[in-house]
Write a protein that binds this ligand. Structure first.
Ligand code: PLP
Length: 384
């Protein structure tokens, strides 16, 4: 059979499939939407406040402030932490763009540090190396749901008097040394973008923090800098989490612990089925508790593997094809990414995210694993 015919006939397993989640929760979600329509309160109301309380509790933090997106959560938190022009903020060389672009948005300068190739998180030794007298903050990203080394990063930040901001956009529900992500830094940012493991039906985000001053400032900043209605203390933004998203998220939040368990089961199933292959599988390095927002493997001939899997009916994704210092957006601030960030560059060449969602069945998991075995066997045949 020709490869393209095979692709047409094979059942496609999508890399992510939100329709299954929404089909299962449809009645609950519609009832929640109806409640908000009946109340006709759409911005800054009881649902948003309840969601803030629930997520603060989940993250082990005293306060949570809902905003319009994860990117805004980063931007507003940085401003609330006093970061601005002239400041440097250390952030990983491998992440989603917002972990660094938010720093530019507040007028500060992102300083990239290389990652640990096993966990894809900031390498603490690289953070030390990136430090200058202008360093003011560290953004620790818990990429794919694996927490960064928060004990060491907290010690570095404290020792140097820097603010520590957790980008927990991919890791709500994860923990490090038994303490939830979101409870480690001065503040943490959550994203409820639809494809995140706690996703809204649109854009939404949140800042969680133990610091009353940071919470109060973010509350003001998200609402035109208003301290009270129509009294504007400072220049703010319009960045609120609306009641419809809040109510939908509250329905989903009740299922999050079960979903995380299902993701962890899926990861151990993959590990059992894919062990022994020449692939680097995701690790869960103690004392981290991974939530597998993605199940991302590394392979030298990543693009060949992705094509072979597509022909076998398995969709994959590349998060992310470029290290941040190689993005044209940051060209002004970095000259030679390959030299300075070898591990971030290697990650961007090698990462491949397999289908990963709580609703993936055991049979589908086996189909994916078989396809990986076959794709690698075909490749070995081709090369010998
Ligand atoms: C998704 C994401 C963001 C941004 O969140 P949005 O809600 O899409 O603005 C920031 N950082 C990381 C690591 C993300 O994955």
């Amino acid at each position: 059979m020709w490869a393209d015919e095979r692709a047409r006939t094979a059942p496609v397993i999508p890399q992510i499939d939100l329709t299954r989640q929404h089909a299962a929760l449809k009645a609950e979600l519609l009832a929640a939407v109806e409640r908000v329509l009946d109340s006709s309160r759409f911005v800054l109301g009881a649902e948003g406040e309840a969601l803030e309380r629930e997520l603060a509790a989940l993250c082990g933090a005293s306060y949570a402030v809902g905003v319009a997106s994860g990117t805004d959560a980063l931007r507003l938190a940085l401003t609330a932490l006093g970061i601005g022009p002239g400041d440097e903020v250390i952030t990983p060389a491998f992440s989603f763009v917002a972990s660094a672009s938010a720093i530019l948005h507040v007028g500060a300068r992102p300083v990239f540090a290389d990652i640990d190739l096993d966990t894809f998180a900031l390498a603490p030794a690289e953070v030390e190396r990136a430090m200058t007298p202008r360093s003011r903050a560290i953004v620790a990203v818990h990429l794919y749901g694996h927490p960064a080394e928060m004990d060491r990063l907290t010690a570095i930040a404290r020792g140097r008097g820097l603010a520590l901001l957790e980008d927990a956009a991919q890791a709500v529900g994860a923990a490090y040394a038994g303490r939830p992500v979101g409870a480690w830094g001065d503040a943490a940012c959550l994203s409820f973008y639809p494809t995140k493991h706690l996703g809204a039906c649109g854009d939404a985000g949140m800042v969680v923090t133990d610091r009353a001053d940071v919470a109060e400032r973010v509350r003001r900043l998200r609402h035109h800098g208003a301290r009270e209605r129509y009294h504007h203390a400072e220049l703010g933004w319009c960045s609120r989490l609306d009641e419809l998203q809040a109510t939908l998220l509250r329905v989903k939040l009740r299922h999050l612990p079960g979903w995380i368990e299902a993701r962890r089961r899926l990861a151990s199933r993959y590990a059992a089925l894919l062990g022994g292959l020449p692939l680097a599988l995701p690790v869960e390095r103690p004392p981290a508790r991974h939530v597998y927002q993605q199940y991302t493997v590394r392979f030298r001939a990543r693009d060949t593997l992705a094509r072979a899997l597509a022909e076998l009916g398995v969709e994959t994704a590349v998060h992310y094809p470029l290290p941040l210092p190689a993005q044209p957006l940051f060209r002004e601030i970095v000259s030679s990414p390959e030299q300075a960030f070898p591990r971030a560059c290697q990650a961007s060449r090698e990462v491949l995210s397999l289908p990963c969602y709580p609703e993936l069945t055991d049979a589908e998991t086996e189909t994916v694993a078989k396809a990986v075995h076959q794709a690698l066997a075909d490749r070995v045949k081709c090369e010998s």
